[in-house]
Design a protein around this ligand. Structure first.
Ligand code: GLC
Length: 453
């Protein structure tokens, strides 16, 4: 099959896309045919849909966010002394896995080293051996995490920050090239350690830029992400890599808890955000947990637009997850245990979402309409597609199982929801449509964001 040229998005169209709901991080990373995975190698990830993200490190002792060292200009000695206090008592990674499973996650992503440079494994490549193995805890938390994930049946993701604030060369790579080169050397050595020892399924970079300026892509001259990722893939040819190394990656990222609106996004993408509503990814004492209904609607909005949902928790210095977070994670998981067939392994479509009213997912000959506003939905009609509806029924709420009438009108199909639908307070009213045959819907598109104006 002839390969079509990727489409370039530039100028006003690009601006228009950027100002809309999706702010894909690291748009326009370098392209490299050798690194491009075929869609079938990404399918497990696309089917997995739900992941749990964990930010945990020295910053969890201070509780003022993972950027605390930089934001508060904490002197090197003072911050690094925390490494001797990072000794989680009676902590077992199984606790995190219980929560990940409780939440319904199929994969996890753990911060193995954030921008502060502290590594959570026995890293020989770590500059000055600033690790949990050489200091306080004397433990290899990444090893414990990877083993616990596998035992729990979760795919293993590792977050790694190429940049490290400990190096003055990070802030002035051209003025201090030797120091910057040391940081790069650390990055290559550590990515190799992570990939060769723990064999992750996902490598999740963050901070592939320089001096906090420009973008990951504009710093690619320094990091040489194609070389870096070829090395990483030599340990797992099917390793999934996010887009923040300067190479375009296997999927896009949309970060933060802003709403997702607009149409289906026809590329693999992941929304990453926190379960708490504060401004930090690392532990903070007073960080309110987001509302359950809001979380469900966020998840539905993501999945109905083709995305995965990666939700972050910040354990405290002892690795403990607060009761409020635990409760909320299980609550979402309980929902997924009942309605998961409309989420896991489901594709977005065939109907385009209508913001705050409904969206849809499907697999086989079933279409799941996720209705977020029953009243507004009553005046909507579904467009005709190639598939005919055989029957329709409520799937969620107190009236689950009740038939929904599908009336064909010249404008489209009007679904008549039973009286009282949605009055039981469900955040998402699901209607399952059984189609006469397998659903046919559009696949992925190839879109090339250049990031150029
Ligand atoms: C942001 C934060 C960073 C965090 C990341 C997770 O980029 O600055 O600290 O690790 O989001 O995606």
């Amino acid at each position: 099959m002839e390969k079509k040229m990727p489409r370039e998005m530039t100028g006003a169209e690009l601006k228009s896309m950027l100002k809309s709901s999706i702010n894909f991080k690291s748009l326009g990373g370098l392209k490299c045919d050798e690194l491009t995975l075929p869609p079938e190698d990404k399918q497990w990830w696309r089917d997995a849909k739900i992941g749990m993200f964990v930010h945990w490190g020295l910053y969890s002792i201070l509780g003022r966010g993972e950027w605390v060292r930089f934001n508060e200009k904490i002197p090197k000695e003072e911050y690094e002394a925390l490494a001797d206090q990072f000794i989680p008592r009676d902590f077992d990674m199984k606790e995190w896995m219980e929560i990940a499973k409780g939440f319904g996650a199929k994969y996890a992503v753990m911060v193995t080293r954030h921008h502060d440079g502290f590594s959570l494994w026995n890293s020989e490549g770590s500059h000055e051996h600033f690790t949990s193995w050489h200091r306080g805890a004397h433990r290899d938390f990444v090893g414990e995490y990877a083993a616990a994930c596998r035992e729990a049946g979760l795919k293993v993701g590792v977050y790694y920050s190429p940049m490290d604030w400990r190096f003055p060369g990070y802030f002035d790579p051209e003025g201090l090239p030797e120091n910057a080169a040391l940081m790069k050397k650390q990055c290559y050595a550590q990515v190799e350690e992570l990939c060769s020892r723990y064999r992750p399924d996902i490598l999740w970079y963050d901070g592939g830029w320089l001096a906090h300026k420009g973008s990951d892509t504009s710093s690619a001259w320094f990091w040489e992400p194609v070389k870096l990722n070829k090395m990483a893939r030599s340990y797992n040819p099917k390793l999934l890599i996010n887009p923040r190394s300067g190479w375009e990656g296997d999927f896009y990222c949309d970060e933060g808890s802003h709403e997702i609106t607009g149409g289906i996004i026809p590329v693999p993408w992941e929304k990453n955000m926190c379960v708490c509503s504060g401004s930090s990814w690392g532990w903070m004492a007073e960080d309110p947990v987001s509302d359950f209904d809001w979380l469900i609607r966020m998840m539905v909005n993501v999945v109905c637009r083709g995305g995965n949902w990666l939700v972050n928790i910040g354990p405290d210095r002892n690795g403990r997850i607060s009761d409020e977070i635990r409760k909320r994670m299980f609550q979402v998981g309980d929902w997924l245990r009942v309605y998961g067939e409309s989420i896991y392994a489901a594709s977005a479509g065939p109907y385009e979402p209508v913001d705050n009213v409904y969206g849809s997912t499907w697999h086989g000959n079933k279409v799941y309409l996720h209705i977020l506003d029953v009243e507004a939905f009553r005046s909507c009609v579904l467009p005709y597609t190639e598939n005919r509806i055989k029957n329709a029924a409520l799937f969620s709420g107190e009236k689950a199982g009740e038939k929904v009438e599908a009336a064909e009108t010249p404008e489209g199909i009007r679904l008549v929801l039973p009286e009282g639908t949605g009055q039981d307070g469900e955040p998402d009213i699901i209607v399952v449509l059984t189609m006469e045959e397998e659903v046919r819907a559009g696949g992925d598109a190839e879109i090339y964001f250049t990031g150029k104006e």
